[in-house]
Write a protein that binds this ligand. Structure first.
Ligand code: MSP
Length: 630
């Protein structure tokens, strides 16, 4: 954790011509979760989000609707505020770039840069993409098309104003090298450094009003408005008091994280730092670019009409489950595929089976056998001490991962802990033990209940609704010490809470015939080239569950490094789902997907078998999921 006790995080400000979809919701939930964690770790936090309301697209949409751009923005912004409220997002400020304080500060920055000679006037011809609201050089076009929109841009020649970005090229390269955390993850940093190997051009920061009037007017030439990105990026400083309240600004700036999607890396990692440097403002600490949510291998976006609305999902599964799934299933930095099936698998396996089941077991046993009072921990043995020491270490582990923005690992750690408690209960069998030894059973239930309380607290930033309900039910010594083991008060009443995550029954699908087993044959020799056609990778098993009506099959999701996959494996008679979860296995990575019992299987797990025995192959020491096997 940094020495500064304040923590400031931002999301991109969203264009108001889209309604929020999962892609937008993701960054906003991520910022919310990180902020809530940091606040609970004791830091003072500020979370800024908002809307990007100027520019050509807004003007065009307003024209189409026959209303003013401001009216259009006022209408559209409601969708964002409403979605964030329903997603339980607690931002500190929602900034709109059409607000007077922001426009005034933008103009002041422009005036300063003009006076300092950082901005100059020139005649310019370039390829302009309306979708991106930016000029492209000929080199940047793909077959003459805008690389983002795959449509031909317009060639435009006119007088404009330019920011002397090129003069900061060397400085920026040096800065990125000297500040290894400035751009994350590493592959995005390398992408930016690659981009900076080409000569950096000056940035056109004006648009003539004759073409676009919906923007912040240039203070030194009223025939022009400023380029929408120049206006938009400045929200990150104006949103915390820049040029309005220096004390506030000093308190929050520089931002700890600008969270962005991978499509807006150049604007954030090249334009923004050079603008700040020219204006004499320190740079943010980290710009973190996450991947995209994909649907059937395409980026989820309005233009491709493959949008999933977060509000529809909340309607079906509840807000906490949606927050959990989005954070859990995107490995920060990589793309993630969205399917409702994966959502349900994750939900059933981790929320219903692991977390929900633990809560249910603990509360039922305490209610039935201890008059609903927390039992006493008397004589912990080895099995108890294992859980206690895991519990003692868990808060620090989660904090370390959150500080590093590794929310996957933070979530993994809590889920693993919950699984360990469930396993511990299987060993101790308190439902049987209670008939023989009530004191020993009390110890078991104290350990399980205290573990559950701790897990609920550590999951609270992720699932505030359900976890609040749980946390309120547990009597504790001191709520401030919520991440410490041993807070639970014996003899006090365990409060009520509803079933946390009822299982989702997936709609029954047409059963497909089981795949035919190849008959044992004498081994045929193959060419080396044929062997090379197969690609093998390591993959970590994230979830596993039995498939109804197919006693040999497990449905498994794995982390294969750059992506997640779903596999159907014929190992259910040899491995219980919880036994295989967490294992690093080897998969055939380039098999065409096949449907087995109506469920898509994207690859195979390698296993050795002999007569009735079967063992999956695993690397014999720790290695990253996705490592090539050759
Ligand atoms: N207005 C600019 C940002 C200005 S910030 C100073 C903008 N807006 S946007 O609404 O188009 O996109 C906002 C963010 O949503 C981007 O970070 C973008 O990557 C993200 N997403 C849009 N679709 C996405 C997915 N399908 N998946 C994940 N995030 C994606 O760009």
């Amino acid at each position: 954790m940094s020495s500064k006790n304040s923590f400031y995080v931002t999301t991109p400000i969203y264009y108001v011509n889209d309604k929020p979809h999962i892609g937008h919701a993701y960054t906003t939930i991520l910022a919310d979760v990180v902020t809530r964690y940091q606040r609970e770790f004791g830091r003072e936090t500020f979370f800024l989000t908002g809307t990007d309301e100027h520019g050509q697209k807004v003007q065009q949409s307003a024209d189409q609707r026959g209303i003013s751009p401001q009216e259009h923005c006022d209408d559209m912004v409601v969708h964002f505020k409403d979605a964030w409220e329903k997603l339980n997002i607690r931002y500190d400020k929602f900034i709109r770039t059409t607000e007077v304080f922001h426009k005034k500060a933008v103009q002041e920055v422009l005036q300063d840069l003009w006076q300092k000679g950082e901005i100059y006037e020139n005649e310019y011809g370039g390829f302009y993409c309306v979708g991106c609201e930016r000029f492209y050089t000929e080199k940047e076009l793909e077959n003459g098309n805008c690389p983002q929109h795959q449509k031909p841009p317009e060639y435009i020649k006119e007088k404009n104003y330019f920011f002397k970005m090129s003069k900061y090229q060397e400085w920026l390269v040096r800065y990125i090298h000297e500040n290894p955390d400035f751009i994350r993850p590493e592959h995005r940093k390398n992408e930016v450094l690659g981009f900076l190997k080409q000569p950096l051009e000056d940035l056109c920061i004006s648009r003539p009003k004759s073409r676009l009037s919906w923007g912040v007017e240039l203070p030194f030439d009223t025939d022009y408005v400023t380029y929408v990105w120049f206006d938009a990026l400045l929200n990150y400083v104006t949103g915390v008091g820049y040029r309005q309240n220096e004390q506030d600004f000093k308190k929050w700036w520089p931002a700890d994280y600008h969270l962005i999607g991978k499509d807006i890396v150049t604007t954030h990692c090249v334009y923004w730092p050079t603008m700040l440097q020219a204006a004499g403002i320190p740079l943010p600490k980290t710009i973190f670019a996450h991947g995209w949510w994909m649907m059937d291998k395409a980026k989820m976006s309005k233009s491709l009409k493959n949008i999933v609305s977060p509000l529809d999902l909340i309607g079906s599964y509840g807000v906490d489950a949606v927050r959990y799934y989005l954070i859990r299933d995107m490995m920060l930095g990589n793309d993630a595929n969205f399917t409702e099936e994966l959502f349900i698998t994750r939900y059933n396996s981790e929320l219903a089976n692991d977390f929900g089941n633990l809560a249910n077991r603990v509360s039922t046993l305490i209610r039935k056998n201890y008059d609903n009072k927390i039992p006493v921990l008397t004589d912990p043995q080895d099995e108890e001490n294992k859980i206690i020491s895991l519990g003692r270490a868990l808060g620090a582990t989660v904090q370390k991962h959150v500080d590093n923005l590794d929310l996957n690992k933070a979530t993994d750690a809590v889920i693993d802990f919950i699984r360990a408690i469930n396993k511990y209960l299987e060993i101790r069998q308190p439902w049987k033990l209670v008939r023989e030894d009530k004191e020993k059973t009390g110890t078991v239930l104290y350990v399980a209940a205290e573990g559950l309380r701790l897990a609920a607290n550590l999951f609270h930033p992720l699932m505030p609704g359900k976890c609040d309900e749980l946390i309120r039910a547990f009597p504790v010594v001191n709520p401030v010490e919520k991440y410490q083991w041993g807070q639970l008060l014996s003899g006090h009443v365990l409060g009520e809470f509803s079933t946390l995550f009822p299982r989702i029954e997936a709609s029954k699908k047409e059963p497909m015939p089981e795949p035919k087993k190849s008959e044992d044959k004498a081994e045929d020799l193959v060419d080396f080239d044929d062997f090379l056609k197969l690609k093998f990778k390591t993959a970590k098993v994230l979830t596993a569950e039995k498939i109804e009506g197919a006693d040999k099959l497990l449905k498994i999701t794995v982390d294969a490094g750059s992506e997640q996959r779903q596999l159907v494996a014929g190992i259910a008679r040899h491995y219980a789902p919880e036994e295989i979860v967490g294992k690093n296995v080897v998969i055939v990575a380039n098999l065409k997907p096949a449907k087995i019992r109506g469920i898509e299987s994207q690859g195979m797990i390698l296993a050795a078998s002999h007569k009735k025995e079967l063992a999956v192959l695993t690397p014999d020491r720790e290695i990253k999921p996705g490592a090539k096997v050759s």
